[in-house]
Design a protein around this ligand. Structure first.
Ligand SMILES: [Zn+2]
Ligand SMILES: [Zn+2]
Length: 408
């Protein structure tokens, strides 16, 4: 097989990897350069011959997870090329598109964990990975007795962290490892676990009557952490409509208004301007789980940067007296204008600001575990700003530039 990183050897997010065998050609991930969970961004069509333009020359595209920097451009893929996405990741992406008026490709194909898909002489098997996006996948790509593991984004300090070791043991040794290296160049060796985040949250929540939580709605681990902290500090947990729509779809043990009696829904003011179709599809089904009285008890509420008017209204009603905004995302987003404006304005309302967060990405310790178990003959690092660091971790690190090819 031959592997070419079309994009991603010198950037975090927007990575596109091509794998070619004797007979087939596939692509792993097709996302936007700049991840954005709820902002409406204008994205230009990437011009890749045979994939987005001209006659289809690729056999399939596989998506590792629902973050915009991995899936966000799939609507540009030529119709003849099947796009494989795990069922829940696909649905989460569809919901995200509906809420941001972005177009989602609807004719994707489902892929299930540990059920191989054969594309001519290539076999692709997905394995569930721990990440800040629900049901993320690692992909094992096999052809002609060669094995490539593409990790996608992963970690082992989240709520599914323990499965990394057993998953990698199941996969076994590989010829080529294509791994994320997001943490390369950052100082910390070991990141806080989600359990630690719950503990930190309890300490902060105790000091306030109202907590506003600014986090990604698709970071389910974090929702669980903050729900647990809310229970421990006697706060009613309120999800904004978008978050509640996602958790209500996933259900299981995830805090959601339908199966959890103590989870409420807040419908942001901006959705009152949406059309009837949207209201029927998303507002009506969850209407009965909102209760205007819960904001007069102690509560923690998930918010979006578009909810400044909601917070102002709560303040005017006397439903904010001793409050804190908890920021729980990658620190870099704070520099984006929508975040900066929101945070500044919330602080002007006399609301405190605190950061409680842990990364969705593998720390150095997890990367070392990955190397130890998969014993790769060669390693290519993508999704990184510091690929040279991989030479310190992997004895077989190969430093590729975008569009350079490596033979396996
Ligand atoms: Zn990513
Ligand atoms: Zn991700």
């Amino acid at each position: 097989m031959k592997v070419r990183v079309i994009k991603g050897t010198n950037q975090i997010g927007g990575c596109i990897t091509e794998v070619k065998s004797d007979n087939a050609k596939i692509v792993i991930d097709f996302g936007e350069d700049l991840p954005s969970q709820e902002k409406e961004v204008v994205i230009e069509k990437p011009m890749i011959e045979g994939l987005t333009t001209g006659k289809a020359s690729y056999d399939a595209v596989f998506i590792t997870h629902s973050h915009g920097d991995h899936i966000g451009l799939i609507n540009y893929i030529l119709d003849d090329i099947p796009v494989y996405v795990e069922e829940k990741s696909q649905k989460i992406y569809e919901l995200l598109c509906d809420f941001t008026r972005k177009e989602a490709k609807v004719n994707t194909k489902r892929i299930s964990f540990e059920e191989p898909v054969t594309i001519k002489d290539i076999k692709v098997t997905s394995y569930i990975a721990d990440h800040s996006s629900y049901n993320s996948a690692m992909l094992l790509i096999e052809s002609n007795n060669r094995r490539i593991l593409h990790t996608g984004d992963f970690r082992n300090h989240g709520r599914k962290g323990k499965i990394l070791e057993s998953t990698l043991k199941k996969i076994g040794p590989v010829d080529l490892l294509v791994t994320e290296g997001t943490s390369f160049g950052r100082d910390e060796i070991e990141y806080d676990t989600e359990e630690k985040i719950t503990e930190q949250a309890i300490e902060v929540f105790k000091k306030y009557n109202q907590i506003f939580l600014l986090q990604s709605s698709t970071n389910i681990d974090r929702i669980v952490s903050f729900y647990k902290a809310s229970k421990k500090t006697n706060k009613t947990f309120i999800e904004d409509l978008f978050t509640a729509t996602i958790t209500s779809y996933l259900k299981e043990s995830i805090p959601n208004p339908i199966t959890f009696k103590d989870v409420y829904v807040w419908t942001p003011l901006k959705y009152r301007r949406k059309n009837e179709d949207f209201k029927n599809k998303y507002l009506k089904p969850l209407e009965k789980f909102s209760n205007s009285k819960v904001v007069f008890q102690d509560y923690s509420m998930m918010v979006k940067t578009s909810m400044l008017n909601d917070i102002k209204m709560l303040k005017a009603k006397g439903a904010i007296v001793n409050a804190c905004l908890v920021y729980s995302m990658w620190e870099g987003y704070q520099e984006e204008e929508s975040f900066r404006t929101f945070i500044d304005n919330v602080e002007l309302l006399g609301i405190d600001f605190k950061i409680i967060h842990t990364s969705g990405h593998a720390d150095i310790k997890a990367i070392k575990e990955l190397a130890k178990i998969t014993q790769p003959k060669k390693v290519v690092t993508i999704h990184t700003l510091n690929k040279e660091k991989s030479k310190e971790i992997f004895k077989n690190a190969v430093s590729l530039e975008d569009n350079e090819e490596i033979e396996v």
